[in-house]
Design a protein around this ligand. Structure first.
Ligand SMILES: NC(=O)c1ccc[n+]([C@@H]2O[C@H](COP(=O)([O-])OP(=O)(O)OC[C@H]3O[C@@H](n4cnc5c(N)ncnc54)[C@H](O)[C@@H]3O)[C@@H](O)[C@H]2O)c1
Length: 282
């Protein structure tokens, strides 16, 4: 049974890029559902081109497994929709189908992202730059634009939550495309907050440090190659820089998303909150 007393009871949330097991999107879907929201899990559904290969994306099959898992753990209402966030047609269709299926839209979490292409900037191709900017920045722009239009039609405000990164605040070697896209996401978050505030729409970002998701595991392996160590060595090194002494968990990010989606955050907009155990402080 859905939690009718939860902090998000009666709300409808779309989460992008939530079709991979152990991903931040799965954790956000779980926490939102625990708090009573109806959740629409979306993901690209199938490999696309050279840079979105099967092993690094949420397929339709995996997305259904994620949805089944959330449904059985929370008893909530979970829908799935295939949506490539780079496609304006897909974004428009996903918002329209959500409103048709669930009656309304209250929250969008821009979570889809690519972070597994890691190269020195002098070796990075324009295709690699473009695909990362398209998924990590064009996609959130499209969802912000079309969700805002739906929120304005409904006339009751709305919430946009962008999953940025520690890489939105600080540089990260081998990730110039990723850090540029995530820094850009802070500008998107702030400007949307300024323009949409008059409609009661808030726009905030969550900036996690390393979390060992599918994407995080690829980054650990690549960092290990550079540092001449294995994944355990990389994680031990990461922990030395984190005051709270552990790397992030998907639930850490999900809890921050619940806060931004809840009434408790109704007077907070344009913020980019670090969820890094103290590793990032500005
Ligand atoms: N894991 C970390 O250490 C970490 C840290 C900070 C921020 N983040 C951010 O968190 C978000 C989630 O990442 P994650 O670590 O859970 O990895 P993940 O690989 O589990 O999730 C990323 C998802 O994005 C989806 N995606 C990629 N291209 C897409 C497209 N064109 N359309 C729709 N979906 C698409 C993938 O299919 C995948 O399901 C990303 O934006 C990432 O940059 C992750």
């Amino acid at each position: 049974m859905a939690n009718s007393n939860g902090r998000l009871a009666g709300k409808v949330a779309v989460i992008t890029g939530a079709g991979r097991k152990k991903g931040l999107g799965e954790a956000i879907a779980t926490r939102f559902s625990e708090e009573g929201a109806t959740v629409v899990i979306t993901d690209i559904g199938k490999p696309s081109g050279d840079h979105l290969p099967a092993g690094n994306i949420g397929t339709s099959e995996e997305m259904e497994e994620v949805a089944d898992g959330v449904r059985s753990s929370t008893g909530g209402t979970i829908h799935t929709m295939v949506c490539d966030v780079r496609s304006e047609d897909d974004v428009i269709r996903t918002i329209a189908d959500t409103v048709k299926t669930c009656g309304r839209l209250d929250i969008v979490v821009n979570n889809a992202g690519i972070g597994y292409i890691m190269k020195p900037l002098m070796e990075l191709s324009i295709d690699e730059w473009d695909v990362v900017l398209d998924v990590n920045l064009r996609g959130p722009f499209l969802f912000t634009k079309h969700a805002a239009a739906q929120f304005v039609r409904q006339g009751e405000g709305g919430r946009i939550i962008n999953i940025a990164s520690q890489a939105a605040k600080s540089p990260a070697p081998l990730l110039i495309h990723y850090t540029s896209s995530k820094h850009g996401m802070i500008g998107l978050t702030r400007t949307a907050a300024v323009e949409l505030g008059e409609h009661g729409i808030t726009s905030n970002a969550v900036c996690p440090n390393h979390v060992t998701t599918g994407l995080g595991a690829v980054q650990n392996a690549r960092r290990g190659e550079v540092l001449g160590t294995d994944t355990e060595g990389v994680l031990d090194f990461r922990k030395t820089k984190i005051p709270l002494g552990r790397v992030g968990l998907p639930s850490d990010t999900a809890n921050a998303c619940v806060f931004f989606a809840s009434d408790d955050a109704s007077y907070i907009t344009g913020e980019s909150i670090n969820v890094t155990g103290g590793e990032e402080m500005h």
